[in-house]
Design a protein around this ligand. Structure first.
Ligand code: F6P
Length: 535
């Protein structure tokens, strides 16, 4: 059993954790006044302050030893060289190519990926231009006013998050909507307020076999054809984004209305591909190109920066430290930026679908934890819901705070208050308040136990200059590469997702029972009882 944690680098780290876990962040800051300078890094317009993590210089040394022992750099070369590092699906992992310039050499089995990628980008540009210029007309000659992205998982979360994040760059002439859930409550209310003459549907599905997406696409098509004169309207109101041209044709979407991408683009890494068409329509193609450029800048940083200055690697090592050495089981994502309200949900798929595994690359059970539970919400809202538990719940919960130096929607006095809260919360979580300090603050003795805060909650603060397509691209690529490094450090394949298959198969087996047929014989008593209650 090649249990990764038997390696000397892991053993040294675990031994160090035993010794360090008795230290409080208060002491670590007192002993190391230059922590902020020593434990912060920059890339472009992004500052990463990890000084409130429960680490010392020795911790970082041991973490980087682990990175070397895990051969992170070698795995990175294998990814860039187009090797099938997603070994259970025999696929390369080349989402970086999607945002690289035409002349960038990313060989995939010897051929360059770039000409096809840039041809597709040219098609996307022309398509966006035709929509925004009112040249693309609906079945009775009206220009498009509303676009509906029908997709789920990576075909929804990234584009939805990015369109919301870049609301300040929203094109005035077009509204972009997202439908993902099979629950009619997602699609029906939206259709009720749309005009079939001026609505365009993007059916986004890498496999074009995802039940929720196909059901929503069929219902949208039925809605359109209930108003349009004949089936020819489908060609004016449906575009598909997929790797599966056979299935898109079978659905009735003509080839010229399909934007194809390759299977070496993972769903949760795909918003840079035509899956991001809704983003380009929402913010304009030139802004979509800025998003790609921001991600490419982070790619270059990831490929070139020395390990000690490497932001994605640093974040990955800190997560390993918190998960495997501090024993934290969850990780909070707190953007102090309302435009990033969907960022935690996007990260849930990116991280938990990538490294939420307990079988290693060799197919052996892992004797150690991997991805923590990723959760979160925007600040200051979280302060009025779950921060109580963070402050006084008694369990270690690391978190990432994301702050903007400049607001994307400034109002007099608002941004200063937002920033003050973000800084205060990460400090309060780190340093807490002792009983003596509570007394000194005039708290009556009988309330002191309730008014002390243990602190010692680790956090990292990411400071962006402002939220633009470029800085959002940097931020997203930062987390994508963090996940890549975690996959190497935890020795898991971060690019397959077999865990989602069992539930899908069981749902398909139950469907007939919910359409009046008898229950399958082999059912467990609970499902049988519930089905009977439903029938
Ligand atoms: O959740 C499983 C999954 O396969 C994700 O990995 C993927 O992003 C999502 O379903 C949607 O898949 P598709 O884009 O093929 O419809």
């Amino acid at each position: 059993m090649t249990d990764t944690q038997t390696r000397p680098a892991w053993q040294a780290l675990l031994a160090h954790a035993d010794q360090l876990k008795l230290s409080h962040l208060r002491e670590l800051f007192a002993e190391h006044p230059s922590r902020f300078k020593d434990f912060s890094l920059g890339q472009g317009e992004l500052l990463l302050d990890f000084s409130k993590q429960r680490i010392t210089r020795e911790t970082l040394d041991l973490l980087h030893n682990l990175a070397q022992a895990s051969q992170v750099e070698n795995w990175l070369k294998r990814m860039v060289n187009g090797e099938a590092i997603n070994h259970t699906e025999q696929r390369a992992v080349l989402h970086m190519a999607l945002r690289a310039p035409l002349d960038y050499a990313l060989p995939l089995q010897g051929e360059s990926t770039q000409p096809e990628i840039h041809h597709t980008l040219d098609r996307m540009r022309d398509f966006c231009q035709s929509i925004h210029a009112g040249q693309w007309l609906g079945y009775d000659g009206a220009p498009i006013t509303d676009v509906v992205n029908i997709g789920i998982g990576g075909s929804d979360l990234g584009p939805r998050m990015a369109v919301r994040a870049l609301a300040a760059h929203q094109q005035p002439d077009l509204r972009v909507h997202f439908v993902s859930n099979i629950d009619g409550a997602d699609l029906a209310p939206l259709l009720a307020r749309l005009n079939p003459r001026t609505t365009l549907f993007l059916v986004v599905s890498k496999t074009f076999s995802t039940q929720e997406t196909l059901a929503n696409a069929r219902s949208a098509r039925a809605w359109l054809l209930a108003h349009a004169p004949d089936d020819s309207a489908v060609a004016r109101h449906f575009v598909a984004v997929s790797t599966n041209l056979k299935a898109t044709a079978a659905f009735g979407i003509a080839g010229e209305n399909v934007f194809q991408f390759r299977d070496w683009v993972g769903g949760r890494f795909s918003l840079w591909s035509p899956v991001g068409l809704s983003i380009a329509l929402a913010i304009g193609f030139h802004n979509f190109e800025a998003l790609l450029a921001g991600a490419h800048a982070m790619d270059q940083h990831f490929l070139e920066a020395p390990a000690r200055e490497n932001l994605p690697l640093t974040l990955a090592l800190l997560d390993v430290w918190n998960t495997n050495c501090i024993g934290a089981y969850s990780h909070g994502i707190f953007p102090y930026c309302q435009s990033l309200e969907f960022f935690p949900a996007y990260l849930q798929q990116l991280e938990m679908e990538s490294t939420g595994k307990s079988v290693n690359r060799e197919g052996e059970p892992m004797a150690y934890k991997s991805c923590p539970i990723i959760w979160g919400s925007t600040g200051t809202n979280g302060q009025h819901s779950f921060f109580q538990l963070l402050h006084q719940g008694g369990q270690p919960i690391p978190s990432d705070f994301i702050l903007l130096r400049n607001s994307d929607f400034p109002l007099p006095g608002h941004h200063a208050q937002l920033l003050a809260n973000g800084l205060a919360q990460s400090a309060a979580l780190a340093f807490g308040q002792t009983a003596e300090e509570a007394r000194a603050g005039g708290i009556p003795e009988h309330l002191v136990p309730y008014r002390t805060f243990p602190g010692n909650q680790p956090s990292t603060t990411l400071l962006l200059e402002r939220l633009t397509p470029q800085t959002l691209g940097q931020l997203l690529a930062l987390y994508e590469h963090k996940v890549f490094c975690q996959g190497v450090l935890w020795n898991v394949n971060a690019f397959d997702q077999w865990g989602v298959e069992l539930g899908k198969q069981m749902a398909n087996a139950l469907l007939p029972s919910l359409s009046g047929e008898s229950c399958p014989a082999h059912l467990d008593a609970s499902t049988r009882g519930l089905l009977q209650a439903l029938q």
